[in-house]
Design a protein around this ligand. Structure first.
Ligand SMILES: *Cc1c(COP(=O)(O)O)cnc(C)c1O
Length: 370
């Protein structure tokens, strides 16, 4: 039996006729950029996000980059980011010319540790970018309180956590302006690249909408220097079909996680994801930790089980950030997570039987070693 790390099979089977119909409708409409499908999706996703506005863009990195640009964050400014995030969070900050300032996560929840944020705030700090990593909402009450105290913007990176909540409020609705990604493997995935910005502020919404389309609200009239980062009609049509299924697919991920917890509790040094009080987890990824990560991964691989590492090298040790002068040891929690984390198969349609097979292989690995 082989169990891939990620499979679209079950979800694709469920929606294929609807997707084909939606694609055909766009094809027949003869309108392929910023049309009805994008408008409909923006309204539906704003509704899902409990925000007043949603602006569809080309991908998640652009969503974050445009969000920061909309806030006039640029050279000389600092933005607080997690030390252990996917590098897109950092690069969005770097792309606007600002400096990402890393703050370590809680080693058990993998999310930004609110207790460590204040020490990183300087007179140059303009914003905090919480990342709801692996699908779990950050401690948003504490983060929003710090932002308020120091008069900072909050830009949520909601790429991995569509539908997660903190104290019943959905992620992507806390910050001043927030970004998400619909990269195919994300919880809500397009058939290619796509992303969105969410906000409750109409001035920010208007400006972001303008920046994503050449700084223009009215064709051939350009108010600001913008970029071309529009959400395609085809991708919007696909997302319109998928969004109504997202809650059901999230429940399937959560059910899968429950089985992992049941099967994997108390095995040697294995650490399972810890849930933050008040937060929900939509299990974009199910990330376990062990000091024997590499040999466990090899064992699972030999037995037909796909796993990935999110992420093997933390941003501060990437070549891209060499010029920032970071050294190994600067962010020990991020470095330790990079050396011990392993993401197990997780997707809607993953069966209980398959999860038990994965867990039995993990157990046989540890028991054979003992
Ligand atoms: C995927 C991801 C992004 C970027 O999304 P793209 O659509 O691939 O550009 C940003 N932040 C995080 C945390 C992500 O996982």
């Amino acid at each position: 039996m082989t169990i891939p790390f990620l499979s679209f099979e079950a979800q694709n089977k469920q929606i294929k006729p609807l997707i084909m119909q939606a694609i055909e409708e766009v094809f027949d409409s003869q309108w392929y950029v910023l049309g009805k499908a994008v408008k409909n999706f923006e309204a539906a996703y704003a509704d899902f996000s409990q925000t007043q506005f949603c602006i569809g863009v080309a991908n998640g990195l652009d969503a974050l980059h445009i969000a920061l640009k909309t806030l006039n964050i640029g050279p000389g400014d600092e933005v607080i980011v997690p030390s252990n995030t996917y590098i897109a969070s950092w690069m969005a900050v770097s792309f606007v010319g600002a400096t990402p300032v890393p703050v370590e996560p809680d080693p058990e929840t993998y999310n930004l540790d609110p207790c460590k944020i204040e020490a990183a705030i300087t007179s140059k700090t303009k914003a905090i970018m919480p990342v709801h990593l692996y699908g779990q909402a950050c401690e948003m009450d504490a983060i929003m309180a710090i932002a308020k105290k120091y008069d900072l913007f909050v830009v949520e990176d909601n790429a991995q956590s569509q539908g997660a909540t903190f104290n019943d409020k959905v992620t992507g609705s806390f910050g001043d302006i927030n970004g998400t990604s619909f990269y195919p493997g994300k919880n809500l995935g397009a058939l290619g690249d796509a992303g969105a910005i969410t906000t409750n502020k109409s001035d920010l919404a208007q400006k972001a909408q303008s920046i994503r389309n050449y700084g223009s609200q009215k064709k051939y009239y350009n108010e600001v220097i913008g970029i071309n980062s529009r959400l395609d009609e085809l991708q919007a049509a696909v997302l319109n079909v998928k969004l109504p299924f997202l809650t059901e697919w999230t429940q399937q991920r959560q059910a899968a996680a429950t089985i992992y917890y049941r099967e994997l509790e108390g095995i040697e040094d294995l650490i399972l994801p810890k849930i933050i009080i008040g937060a929900t987890h939509v299990y974009h990824l199910f990330v376990i930790r062990t000091s024997k990560r590499d040999t466990l991964q090899a064992h699972l691989n030999r037995n037909g089980i796909g796993t990935l590492i999110h992420y093997p090298v933390p941003p501060h040790l990437q070549k891209a950030y060499q010029a920032s002068g970071f050294n190994p040891g600067d962010f020990p929690i991020a470095e330790s997570l990079a050396n011990t984390s392993l993401s197990l198969p997780m997707y809607p349609g993953l069966t209980e039987n398959e999860i038990v097979v994965v867990c039995n292989q993990i157990k046989s690995f540890f028991y054979a070693q003992a």
